[in-house]
Design a binder for this molecule. Structure first.
Ligand SMILES: [Ca+2]
Ligand SMILES: [Ca+2]
Ligand SMILES: [Ca+2]
Length: 564
């Protein structure tokens, strides 16, 4: 058989296996933004900004009259305070109403990201017709898409702008309105156009959009990021301002959440890998959840070759190794933080940041699972990656740690006190002199005296700076757009981190790597490769089976034709 024939068979099988479970039509829509009498910004008006759904699929079948009517979305826009964040939060605290302004109970609100493909929010309106929660958007995302699904009918998307022309940013969605009285929505059952109203588990989310159609406790699975990985990076001289190379601890991660129909979080699955440790200090990586949550925690740690490490006591010593752990955290455990990756002495055996580190060394992997025995609202735990923080394991207590800064209940001797968090979690509650600078009440503890953050999240697999290269200084940075991004307060060059020149810049560690460089190439980061090999093994076996059947079938048919 020709190789090209084999390839076509493989492509066919591959395409079948990649069919999306959820299908909706992508509807281009122009927005109209106006201000209502209450000062709220209104996006779009009835029918004015919708495009008829010309090629409905089964899930968007025009059963009811909703099919040509996108919802009207009301939101609040504000000026944004720049704090080096590559993501922004949009709060959902909205009434879902019909054309008669009556609350709609049991409508599903789905919101998709700027691609209009990935679901980033899904929730059933409650008995008061409200939905609540929040979204995490990359600051590069310009538009989100809002759908309402009611009685099996899906509205077209309402495109909602995230940043307006006058640099106001969407901070809150307050109302989602479908423009017809619910009494006129005529779909009441399975229809000739194929819309199914089956809700097998009775959780209020139809099978067609229920990620867990047979589990009443779960309805939606979300991924952060929706594709690939993100990078989290820390500076470790806290509370003193660092050298802004943001490579002291570099971790890539990918998080999945399961939510119930009410939008409460019932399970978190996190996957992490140490990528670099550009520091003489020893670090570890932790997750802090509010001490009020009722959860079970389990973690599984593998070395850079994917080998599962041996069991170890869930101690908090400086030198522990970690294999499989599963426990029910106490209030003290929660305050101490749930350990994701232990001491870098073990878990990150190389700096991976100096020009002499020409061989990239894989750090350890961690898979963690948090099961909420009592589901929690989004507002309780915030958005992924939540309060994921770095602990400086080897810095002696020297009296400089701010009184207001968070700390573990348990500490090992005079160590394990210095925590480094991203901004947005902890503020000064009293005036304090830190790093020679007077800090005021309300200021963020994890933004230094130069207004630089101690931790950031960068979308994707970041090519981090090499040792001592200050990201902010044009002569040292591997990201020349960073300066303009900061000087324009985030208005311009929001995608500074996806600069194609970063790969060849000697200011980034990436350019120094000779051996094992493939491990640093997106999208084949070691974490993804590792996850892929674990999660896709069963799928791969099925594909292989289909391929074998296809090849055998081809030869049988070919032989028959040859005989004929
Ligand atoms: Ca269901
Ligand atoms: Ca379900
Ligand atoms: Ca460093």
């Amino acid at each position: 058989m020709k190789l090209s024939n084999l390839f076509i068979i493989f492509l066919l099988i591959f395409n079948i296996s990649n069919c999306e479970k959820k299908k909706k039509n992508l509807i281009p829509i122009q927005n109209q933004v106006g201000i209502d009498k209450n000062g709220n910004v209104v996006i779009g008006t009835q029918n004015s900004s919708t495009t008829p759904n010309t090629t409905p699929s089964a899930n968007t079948a025009p059963v009811g009259t909703l099919s040509n009517t996108a919802p009207t979305v009301t939101g609040v826009y504000e000026n944004e305070v720049f704090s080096y964040q590559t993501m922004r939060v949009v709060t959902i605290d909205a009434s879902v109403v019909d054309g008669s302004d009556q609350p709609i109970v049991g409508a599903v609100v789905e919101i998709r990201d700027t691609t209009n493909v990935n679901t980033i929010y899904q929730q059933v309106s409650n008995s008061s017709g409200r939905v609540q929660g929040s979204l995490n958007l990359n600051t590069t995302e310009t538009t989100i898409y809002v759908y309402v699904i009611y009685r099996g009918v899906t509205t077209p998307a309402k495109a909602v702008v995230v940043r307006t022309g006058d640099n106001k940013v969407l901070v809150r969605i307050t109302q989602i309105k479908i423009d017809l009285p619910t009494s006129t929505i005529t779909s009441t059952g399975s229809s000739s156009t194929g819309t199914s109203l089956t809700d097998s588990d009775g959780d209020g989310v139809l099978d067609s959009i229920d990620d867990y159609p047979n589990d009443p406790n779960k309805a939606t699975r979300l991924k952060f990021p929706t594709n690939g990985v993100n990078t989290i990076a820390f500076e470790d001289l806290f509370p003193n301002a660092g050298d802004a190379d943001l490579n002291d601890s570099v971790v890539v991660y990918y998080i999945e959440e399961d939510l119930n129909a009410a939008g409460q979080i019932v399970e978190i699955r996190g996957n992490y890998q140490y990528m670099a440790h550009g520091s003489g200090f020893q670090h570890s990586l932790y997750l802090r959840l509010p001490s009020t949550v009722n959860v079970n925690y389990s973690s599984e740690v593998r070395n850079g070759n994917g080998v599962l490490l041996g069991n170890a006591a869930m101690t908090k010593s400086k030198t522990e190794t970690t294999g499989i752990n599963a426990f029910t955290p106490s209030v003290t455990d929660l305050q101490d933080g749930l350990r994701i990756l232990g001491n870098t002495n073990t878990t990150m055996p190389a700096w991976n940041s100096r020009t002499t580190d020409t061989t990239y060394v894989n750090g350890h992997f961690a898979k963690v699972k948090v099961v909420f025995n009592t589901p929690v609202a989004r507002s309780v735990i915030g958005l992924a990656p939540y309060d994921t923080f770095m602990r400086n394991e080897s810095k002696n207590v020297d009296g400089t740690y701010p009184t207001d800064a968070p700390r573990a209940v348990t500490s090992a001797g005079s160590f394990q006190v210095y925590e480094v968090h991203r901004p947005g979690f902890y503020k000064f509650t009293s005036q304090a002199t830190v790093d020679g600078d007077l800090r005021e009440i309300g200021e963020d503890i994890y933004i230094d005296k130069n207004n630089f953050p101690f931790g950031i999240v960068v979308p994707g697999l970041w090519k981090w700076p090499r040792e001592s290269r200050d990201l902010r200084i044009l002569a040292q940075t591997g990201y020349p757009k960073f300066a303009n991004w900061t000087s324009t307060q985030g208005v311009q060059d929001a995608n500074w981190y996806s600069d194609s020149a970063a790969a060849s810049s000697t200011n980034n560690y990436y350019a120094s790597v000779i051996t094992n460089k493939a491990a640093l190439d997106t999208p084949n980061s070691q974490l993804l490769a590792f996850l892929g090999s674990v999660n896709s093994f069963a799928e791969f076996q099925i594909l292989l089976g289909l391929l074998v059947v296809g090849v055998i079938g081809y030869f049988i048919i070919k032989k028959k034709f040859q005989k004929a």
